[in-house]
Design a binder for this molecule. Sequence first.
Ligand code: GLA
Length: 436
Amino acid sequence: MISDAKNLPESEGEAPAEPIAHAEMAQRELRPPIAASAAARFEQRFGRAPRWIVAAPGRVNIIGEHIDYNDGFVLPMAIERYTVIAAGANDEIRMTNDELQPNSSFDIGHSSLATVFSTATNDEVCIALDSPKRHAVPGHWSNYVAGALAGCIERGMRPGGFQAVIDSNVPVGGGLSSSAALEVASATLVEAMTGRQLEPAEKALLCQKAEHEFAGVPCGIMDQFASVMSRADHLMLLDCRSRHIEHIPLLDPAITVLIVNTNVKHELSGGEYAERRGQCESAAHKLGVASLRDARTPQLQARRQHLEPVEFQRARHAISEIGRTVAAAAALKAGNWPEVGKLMYASHDSLKNDYEVSCEELDLLVDLAREIGADGGVIGSRMTGGGFGGCTVSLVETAKVDSVVERLTGPYREKTGIEPGVLKSRPARGAHTIKD
Ligand code: GLA
């Protein structure tokens, strides 16, 4: 319990994150923690301190890309970037407003209404808690909130009417799962409000369903599991079939996880993700297996003529990437950094050539990282997330990270004319309640 939201301590995993723009790095200390900023915005808008504050992180995937929906292994971690929701019950309005009498008609209409304000877009929506609906504007941020609320309500969790402010420092559209962070923060808020904890896997699945049904994105389970279950200073090896999790320590201060945002997003047709999923499913079907998790390279080679060339390529990526992810987890545990680096580069090549989800900007950053090489301090680098823009993730020697950042961002800026974003992060803590 924290009584004064303005004086929130920087709790574990909630430290101010590295700013996104390289030029802003020096300003880091000046930024307020995002939780305090959410609390202040709530107070400003709704005229009282929030009763609940919850946070859920974005994630970066170290390796195992486009593998969750193939039932394989993925290795993400939460980043020190959070979506925070500060909220208060509608019935507090009556208690704090002298002009309103108890049981006034004001309360009745608001008991089942959520009024939610986003600091990012500066707009407010009202969600009917009896039956949360999709927003009329496709892709609207409130769909992630409404979807998570609907999932909780379906499970018998009944929050009373509330007001909330959403504040976030997870970059949007950068492939760092800002949408999962918003869904998971919303479900965490309902947990705080109702006092009922969901089982973590159930919570993540409820949020994934919100993404499918309210946002229309047929995503896998990685992002929501990472946002719910990540642990500070650990990578999360997730078996997407059994949903078993192994938390692998990443404690070595000599290693830094560096995320560089291309700041481009190529929305080719919007259907690329679903198309890849479909190609993997039809490849699995033609190989006679339930999913590509069950296929092996010799089997794929033997049945090559039964597959469309594109299905063959997609399957080759998935099968090899599952192997790389398991190998990378073992190499990480053994502290075998050169091997981890080799696997990351191989992952990128496979995503670029076989899975065809990279783009020129991502390839440029990975090529630059390769040129800098181990001598310059780069252990390994690859695109991360769904692709077609977004970020690369690199493992870098901490002592050389500033020089690596210069050597990546300078040529990138020069060749593309785009200012890249830079973010360093320790593996962070999953969703949690800050004030309840
Ligand atoms: C998106 C999806 C995830 C996963 C990645 C690719 O982030 O939401 O489920 O499939 O792409 O690894």
